[in-house]
Design a protein. Structure first.
Length: 354
């Protein structure tokens, strides 16, 4: 198959980990006889420096013509003092919105070699394997009005959803549940918010289309507690934008290894943007210390969701597991009797397995 991929390395270690991810995609193409073509564009701080905007027009145009996008990370202290609309993060929010990527998928799975790195007791985190499906282009972060009023004595933000926006994210979550353990937890605040009551209604309607999936509803505060008391009880969680933002960051620390977590932002036609959960890590940028596995696992999500290449995706994930089982690790992880390697050596080990 021929696929065209836009690379947006961004800032800091984004440059290093996206290089590793590209090499892995090249290795997959070679092994499985695909043709992947690549085109690199600027986003975030790098784009601000050279083009005066975090999201240049040519970056958006290239993404719109691509089959999938791989992003490294954006941001860093150099750009922290800029006004809101000029900050690197605006590039990221902008590209997700402009591409209509309404579903953010964050799988969180503890690797057994790394259980001891969790802030939770190993027996609590063991067996955790969950997917958070977060609505990404609606809700409180985009609702209008969002403004100061009354001479600055009053402020308003708006949590707005259309029924069809809720339906498409709930459908995505049911579809994800169908290829996993077939359990869906819908998280809301239906005791307080009208938007949550409509969200619940939609889930109740949609569940008739997916009779094999068991469904429960949980209030967001209860879900926040259960994520740390019994994370292994979850399979797929679906929730609105802000709740998903908070819960997915909470869940991302469960495994104690930020450098291992991939994510995808997708839409219904399969186009998606794939990126590690971590940021640009200015503290280690340029030192070849960054763990490339989150970016590499993001390519597995790309192969699966955008290209329907299940076997290839499994191959990448298996390669990562094998490298960890052989006790290779970057500086951010500790493995008993492990062999510490650099970021680029880690990528090479994964490619060897592929
Ligand atoms: P961060 O994720 O960049 O770093 C947090 C800590 O984890 C640091 O000590 C870092 O060295 C370590 N770390 C992160 N990824 C690692 C990896 N792959 N290998 C080894 N160690 C790793 O978060 P932080 O420090 O809060 O933010 C730094 C910058 O990144 C900020 O400008 C922030 O706005 C931006 N950021 C960007 C994101 C994105 O592009 N999606 C997400 C989060 C933060
Ligand atoms: Mg967040």
């Amino acid at each position: 198959m021929n696929k065209h991929i836009v690379m947006l390395p961004g800032d800091g270690i984004g440059q290093e980990v996206s290089k590793a991810a590209k090499q892995v995609l090249e290795a997959v193409a070679e092994r499985y006889n695909h043709t992947f073509t690549f085109e690199t564009h600027e986003i975030g701080g790098a784009a601000i420096d050279s083009q005066g905007t975090p999201l240049p027009e040519d970056t958006v145009a290239a993404c719109k013509k691509s089959d999938a996008i791989l992003l490294g990370a954006v941001g860093g202290p150099k750009w922290d003092q800029l006004p809101g609309h000029m900050r690197p993060e605006k590039g990221l929010l902008g590209i997700r919105k402009k591409m209509g990527l309404f579903a953010n998928l964050r799988p969180i799975k503890g690797f057994k070699q790394l259980l001891h790195a969790s802030p939770l007791k190993p027996e609590v985190v063991e067996g955790s394997d969950l997917l958070i499906v977060r609505e990404l282009t609606g809700g409180l972060y985009f609702g209008e009005p969002s403004e100061r009023r009354n001479n600055g004595q009053e402020v308003v933000d708006t949590l707005a959803y259309t029924r069809s926006e809720i339906e498409r994210i709930v459908d995505q979550a049911f579809q994800s549940a169908m290829v996993r353990r077939k359990h869906l937890t819908s998280v809301d605040k239906a005791n307080v918010l009208e938007s949550s009551r409509m969200w619940r209604e939609v889930v109740e309607e949609k569940k008739h289309d997916y009779p094999e999936v068991t469904v429960d509803h949980m209030l967001v505060d209860a879900a926040a507690m259960k994520l740390i008391t019994n994370p292994a009880s979850f399979d797929v969680i679906v929730t609105e934008n802000m709740f998903g933002d908070i819960l997915s960051d909470e869940a991302s620390v469960l495994t104690g290894s930020l450098g291992m977590l991939p994510s995808a932002s997708i839409r219904s036609d399969g186009v998606g943007l794939y990126e590690p959960v971590h940021g640009s890590a200015p503290d280690i940028a340029g030192e070849n210390k960054a763990n490339p596995l989150a970016a590499i696992l993001s390519t597995a999500m790309m192969l699966r969701h955008s290209f329907q290449m299940e076997e290839e995706a499994d191959q990448v994930e298996t390669a990562v597991q094998e490298v960890l089982a052989a006790k290779f690790h970057t500086a951010d992880l500790s493995l008993e009797n492990g062999v510490k390697v650099t970021g680029s050596e880690m990528a090479a080990k994964v490619i060897e397995q592929i």
